[in-house]
Design a protein around this ligand. Structure first.
Ligand SMILES: CC(C)(COP(=O)(O)OP(=O)(O)OC[C@H]1O[C@@H](n2cnc3c(N)ncnc32)[C@H](O)[C@@H]1OP(=O)(O)O)[C@@H](O)C(=O)NCCC(=O)NCCS
Length: 162
């Protein structure tokens, strides 16, 4: 893992890079405008980016709904995967939401997205159920994590918020 990774709130200057990673990562990508609306107008939302030498290489988004943190998106640049970036992002999200009273993390994932499912299982998420017809062409698995301890590798790096 690269310890020069900086995690910070997503801002307008990051949106072009975020939208490019999004487009390369998902079948039904969010537009740049969707991210902009989230960071500018959604008071329930927390969006973070992971930057290496000021370049965005990953991001995570979530809505805090009472004590539940609902992860809306998570992606890492295809050339930067398996280097602990998503682990750092999810760890940072827990560091921020834990003190605000979060007691569980939840998300939807495609059953065909085996790499994401493996990632979430490694982070301690479990499949809780299924949401029918959630995607245009597929149901969604609902995965939840109730033990909000950080993955071990997250504790090794520094978390910067600017
Ligand atoms: C899922 C995703 C965010 C993981 O990001 P990442 O930065 O590569 O994840 P990490 O490096 O922190 O992985 C931590 C652990 O998760 C598991 N994992 C991650 N990617 C995996 C893969 N492709 N296959 C199997 N296990 C995987 C491994 O256990 C890994 O630890 P290891 O590398 O020591 O074996 C990334 O693959 C991605 O952006 N995918 C496309 C977008 C997406 O599907 N997002 C999720 C939507 S629900």
């Amino acid at each position: 893992m690269d310890y020069n990774l900086v995690i910070k709130p997503m801002a307008e200057e990051h949106l072009v890079a975020v939208a490019a990673i999004e487009k390369n990562s998902f079948q039904e990508p969010w537009s740049l405008d969707s991210f902009q609306a989230e960071i500018e107008t959604n008071r329930l939302a927390i969006y973070l980016v992971a930057c290496l030498e000021k370049k965005v290489i990953g991001y995570i988004g979530a809505w805090i709904i009472i004590n539940e943190v609902h992860i809306t998106t998570l992606a890492v640049h295809s050339e930067r995967r398996r280097q602990g970036v998503a682990s750092r992002l999810i760890g940072a999200l827990m560091e921020i939401t834990g003190p605000r009273g979060a007691s569980c993390l939840t998300l939807e994932v495609r059953p065909s997205n085996s790499s994401a499912i493996s990632f979430y299982e490694k982070c301690g998420f479990q499949v809780l159920g299924c949401r029918k017809h959630y995607y245009v062409d597929e149901d969604a698995l609902i995965m939840t994590k109730t033990n909000l301890t950080l993955p071990e590798r997250v504790n090794k790096g520094e978390h910067h918020e600017e």
